[in-house]
Design a protein around this ligand. Structure first.
Ligand SMILES: Nc1nc2c(ncn2[C@@H]2O[C@H](COP(=O)(O)OP(=O)(O)OP(=O)(O)O)[C@@H](O)[C@H]2O)c(=O)[nH]1
Ligand SMILES: [Mg+2]
Length: 272
């Protein structure tokens, strides 16, 4: 790779969505580190960044690996909030979770919507994820790929390739079958999504994404018990290194992880 500074490289932001246990983390870790993780450790929210070559050009990929099991996202969010509130109503948390999830989605430039070919329920849930994403972004042309994972477990298949292709055709998106275990189609699916993101940016004025979030829009949400952290670019970069926030439009950070507030208190202003 060349000597170009990391901050000059184009950055493509990918979000992994899908039900719990379908292999979002396993795919991410296989792509990032070339490892397959056998154990199932449900995710709260993790983000990864890596310098990659896409069609001979250096770029950065940012992957946000989300929680498929809502309880896990809720638990981490509860611990985070409980540092600020003594009494929190569960309904507030549920509402806040939806808002946080919506903000996640707004920060994404492309989505991998993953199900397990061995589990029909996870295939059914892809419709919910698709609906949520389109509701938030209001943009049918958002780069989006349907991913049928665990293709190595052919004897346990419960969703046919034809059925998945039919859904992808209906959504006018691409369908891949992957295996985080054998690495089948793992690089291909991330590269294809980055290509779609890049084409879209190239076609949009100065690479500005239509769904970038403005401060005005954020303020609409502040009437809820949402934690939104305003910060300057320097603090954002500091926290970037800790991998525990979501970069929104280069000036806003929202997070559900409990670790953040320890360092963040001095740097961020909390608004409710
Ligand atoms: N055989 C096989 N097992 C897989 C594959 N992908 C994931 N698994 C296994 O499935 C289990 C769940 O994988 P995860 O990657 O943790 O699932 P997840 O979608 O991140 O789940 P949440 O974080 O709860 O949303 C783990 O035990 C993985 O080892 C695959 O392609 N093939
Ligand atoms: Mg996970």
């Amino acid at each position: 790779m060349g000597k170009r500074a990391k901050q000059d490289l184009p950055l493509h932001k990918v979000i992994m969505v899908g039900s719990g246990g379908v292999g979002k983390s396993a795919l991410t870790l296989q792509y990032m580190y070339g490892d397959f993780v056998e154990e199932y450790d449900p995710t709260k929210a993790d983000s990864y960044r890596k310098k990659v070559l896409l069609d001979g050009q250096e770029c950065l990929i940012d992957i946000l690996d989300t929680a498929g099991q809502e309880e896990y996202a809720a638990v981490s969010f509860y611990y985070f909030l409980s540092n600020f509130y003594h009494i929190i109503l569960w309904t507030d948390i549920k509402l806040s979770l939806i808002i946080i999830r919506d903000n996640y989605y707004r920060s994404g430039e492309g989505f991998l919507c993953v199900f397990s070919i061995c589990e029909r329920e996870s295939f059914a849930h892809t419709q919910d994820f698709r609906d949520q994403i389109l509701r938030v972004l209001d943009d049918e042309s958002i780069p989006f790929i349907l991913v049928g994972n665990k293709a190595d477990l052919a004897q346990k298949r419960r969703v046919s390739t034809e059925e998945a292709i039919a859904r992808a055709r209906e959504w006018q998106c691409t369908y891949y079958e992957t295996s985080a275990k054998t690495r089948q189609n793992v690089d291909e699916v991330y590269n294809d999504l980055m290509r779609k993101i890049k084409i879209r940016k190239d076609n949009t004025r100065e690479g500005e994404m239509k769904y970038s979030m403005g401060k005005e829009k954020i303020s609409e949400y502040l009437c809820f018990h949402e934690l939104v952290m305003y910060c300057n670019k320097q603090s954002l970069e500091q926290f970037n290194k800790k991998d525990n926030f979501i970069d929104l439009n280069n000036e806003l950070a929202v997070t559900t992880t409990s670790q953040v507030h320890h360092g963040a208190k001095t740097h961020f202003e909390f608004k409710f």
